[in-house]
Ligand binder design. Structure first.
Ligand code: IPM
Ligand code: MN
Length: 366
């Protein structure tokens, strides 16, 4: 089959890791007889530099006209002044809103091969297998009023957290549906002891729970969740949280997997289903890592595994997705370690060497 993919590398290590994601896509294409038309575009800081804005109409058009979007990361010190009028991150937020991808799915899997690379004791992380579902197009990130203004008492800055029932329900439904296909446990995260938005969140979660009697629903306050995630992470199956809480908790959860460089994500406008064909945005959960950008040492695994999610949820290619995941597993088992994963004197592989190994494993059919 033939597919059209938008590729937006962005800033920092974004383009380097995305290149390896693209190579594994092409490898799976060769192995299974598919072709991919890659349509490259600018987003973030690079787009500000070239066009003055972080998301142009041209890139927006790419979002609309392709089967899926593979994205790297945006941002960096160059564009980071607190007084900047345009920011790279605005491009990412606009893209998410434009695509309507309200459910950001971040699977956290612990590879037994990497136990040594983790900061956690093996008995804490052995068997961790969870999915964080983060609400992605609402809440503090988007609601108005927001901004900064001068007042007689000095400068005031404000952000607003607002959610409609509908926005809450559709993302919690994604959580329930995912849990139903897994260990049937859903942790709904909120701060209902303080925030009105969280009280509505809890009400909606409880109500929706009646439609899912087979799924065990637990309400967890976000601060307690942050603690329990490292105290007893194996307890968690699916976590669903509003935008900001989900952002923070998923970075925390990524450390269970040894490095955030390993984790992929899928952002969708509905419930993910293997084999379906509907648009989506796929990106590693890590950022631009300006300190290592251009050195060729970043871990491309998050991007490569994002490609696996992309072919599974947006291109309908279930076997192909599994082939990519198996290849990554094999390569890690055989001790390939990018710099973020090495311990002591071990030699590390570069970004492109990691890509080479995954491509070779896909071609071997591992
Ligand atoms: C992420 C990132 C972004 C976010 C930033 C770059 C705006 O941290 O994708 O998790 O906060 O959503
Ligand atoms: Mn984040």
């Amino acid at each position: 089959m033939e597919f059209n993919i938008a590729v937006l590398g962005g800033d920092g290590i974004g383009p380097e890791v995305t290149e390896q994601g693209v190579r594994s896509l092409e490898a799976v294409g060769r192995a299974f007889g598919h072709s991919f038309n890659l349509n490259y575009g600018d987003i973030g800081g690079i787009s500000i530099d070239k066009h003055g804005i972080p998301l142009t109409d041209e890139t927006r058009e790419l979002l609309d006209s392709n089967d899926a979007v593979l994205f790297g990361a945006v941002g960096g010190p160059k564009w980071d002044s607190p007084d900047a009028k345009v920011r790279p991150e605005m491009g990412l937020l606009d893209m998410r809103a434009h695509m309507g991808v309200f459910a950001n799915i971040r699977p956290v899997k612990v590879y037994s091969w990497l136990a040594e690379s983790s900061v956690f004791k093996p008995n804490v992380i052995n068997g961790v297998d969870m999915v964080v579902v983060r609400e992605l197009t609402g809440g503090l990130y988007y609601a108005e009023p927001r901004g900064r203004r001068e007042t007689p008492n000095g400068i005031v800055a404000e952000d607003t957290m607002r959610y409609t029932e509908g926005e809450i329900e559709r993302v919690i439904r994604v959580g329930f549906e995912l849990a139903r296909g897994r260990r049937k446990k859903l942790a709904s995260v909120d701060k209902a002891n303080v925030l009105e938005c969280s009280r509505l969140w809890r009400t909606v979660a409880t109500r929706l729970g009646e439609e899912y009697p087979d799924v065990e629903l637990e309400h967890v306050l976000v601060d307690a969740c942050a603690m329990q995630l490292i105290q007893k992470p194996t307890d968690y199956d699916v976590i669903v949280a509003e935008n900001t809480f989900g952002d923070i908790l998923s970075d925390e959860a990524s450390m269970l997997a040894a490095s955030m460089g390993l984790l992929p994500s899928a952002s969708l406008a509905g419930v993910p289903e293997a084999g379906q064909r509907s648009g989506g945005l796929y990106e590693p959960i890590h950022g631009t890592a300006p300190d290592i950008a251009g050195k060729g040492i970043a871990n491309p695994t998050g991007s490569i595994l994002s490609v696996a999610l992309m072919v599974r949820y947006s291109l309908g290619l279930t076997e192909e997705a599994a082939a990519i995941e198996r290849a990554v597993d094999k390569v890690l088992e055989q001790n390939a370690r990018t710099a973020d994963l090495v311990i002591g004197e071990d030699k590390h592989v570069t970004t492109s060497e990691m890509g080479d190994l995954v491509v070779a494993a896909i071609e071997r059919g591992n």
